[in-house]
Design a protein around this ligand. Structure first.
Ligand SMILES: NC(=O)c1ccc[n+]([C@@H]2O[C@H](COP(=O)([O-])OP(=O)(O)OC[C@H]3O[C@@H](n4cnc5c(N)ncnc54)[C@H](O)[C@@H]3O)[C@@H](O)[C@H]2O)c1
Length: 312
């Protein structure tokens, strides 16, 4: 397979600007592409913000961080992706938008360049319909913020070659990430679990059982704390399977089984409250609170990663 030295990241939004740092950290030259120059400007500022937190966290020196940022170039010109040997696409999560993008990019990039989608859960086989030589295409699903979170899900579509999946896995290891190969099922593994939690959290709020703040505290001070070190199967083993089986008997019938977004999530989205990126979501992020929470998130996650994985 083609050696990878210049990486293209398409989409400079929530994922793209952080992905650019994940690759540049390990010496790759990165071309960060977006349709909109304003998105690239915003990405530049957010990369600087993340990098100041990385330096404060002691993960790299100020000089190393400056060199990392030098390795990232920003462009709104799709033809600039021509010289790249590897593409990670993180654009809008709509199949037709992704299809249009891949049709264009396949005209420009080398026919043996590996192409990956960071889709949260669209079918890799379906996206591949717009990719020429689809054996070189795979899913590479990173978790926000990807310059810190270790996991990457690798997804083989029906036409993905074993060599492509293996090359993507090896690339993850070079980036000091934890690759997990999963099946091309809707939303793969992480988002199936995350969506199950989100649906129940929304239902709890909708039913008046607890407030969003209380639900967040339950996750942070117990479930998230446990799950940072042990998965659900290990947790069950530690607690006793008989206990969990009993609880399942009387709880499963009462859990939410909604088939579409509802409640507070739908209300927020209908009103343009999209979270940190739009200045408000379930909580308020006006007056600098957006940068404040990004900085706090990065600091906390770096401390957690140090505590959990330092000895590995
Ligand atoms: N946000 C997350 O937590 C998260 C996590 C994992 C995966 N993803 C996936 O990553 C992808 C990007 O998500 P995001 O949250 O960064 O979205 P976002 O809305 O924050 O950013 C998307 C960016 O893509 C750009 N864009 C849209 N269409 C484009 C095109 N045709 N060509 C070039 N640029 C284009 C937009 O201008 C925008 O800057 C989606 O597929 C999403 O499902 C998101």
């Amino acid at each position: 397979m083609r050696a990878i030295s210049r990486v293209a990241i398409a989409g400079a939004g929530t994922m793209g600007y952080s992905l650019a740092q994940a690759f540049a950290r390990f010496g790759y030259d990165v071309t960060l592409y977006d349709l909109f120059p304003a998105a690239l400007e915003k990405a530049k500022g957010l990369i600087a913000l993340n990098q100041s937190t990385e330096v404060e966290s002691g993960k790299l020196t100020a000089e190393e961080s400056a060199a990392l940022q030098q390795r990232i170039t920003f462009t709104a010109e799709i033809n600039d992706l021509k010289a790249c040997d590897f593409l990670l696409e993180a654009i809008l999560e709509k199949l037709e938008v992704k299809h249009n993008f891949y049709r264009q990019v396949c005209e420009i990039m080398a026919p043996d360049a590996i192409l990956c989608s960071n889709t949260s859960g669209l079918s890799i086989t379906a996206i591949a319909e717009a990719v020429s030589n689809p054996e070189r295409f795979a899913g590479m699903h990173w978790i926000n913020p990807p310059h810190i979170i270790p996991l990457v899900e690798i997804i083989k579509g029906e036409k993905t070659a074993d060599e492509t999946a293996e090359a993507v896995r090896e690339l993850c290891l070079k980036l000091k990430k934890k690759p997990v190969v999963v099946k091309d099922a809707p939303s793969f593994v992480l988002n199936r679990i995350q969506q199950a939690i989100l649906r129940e959290a929304l239902y709890i709020v909708d039913e008046g059982i607890a407030s969003p703040e209380a639900v967040d505290d339950v996750m942070k001070y117990a479930l998230g704390f446990r799950y940072a070190a042990f998965g659900p199967f290990e947790t069950c083993d530690l607690g006793g399977l008989d206990i969990h089986c009993n609880i399942s008997h009387y709880t499963f019938p009462d859990l939410c089984d909604a088939k579409a977004p509802f409640g507070l999530l739908k209300e927020c989205v209908d009103n343009g409250k999209l979270g940190v990126k739009s200045g408000a979501g379930f909580y308020d992020y006006s007056d600098g609170k957006d940068e404040e929470i990004i900085r706090r998130r990065d600091t906390m996650f770096n401390k957690l990663a140090k505590c959990l994985f330092e000895e590995e």
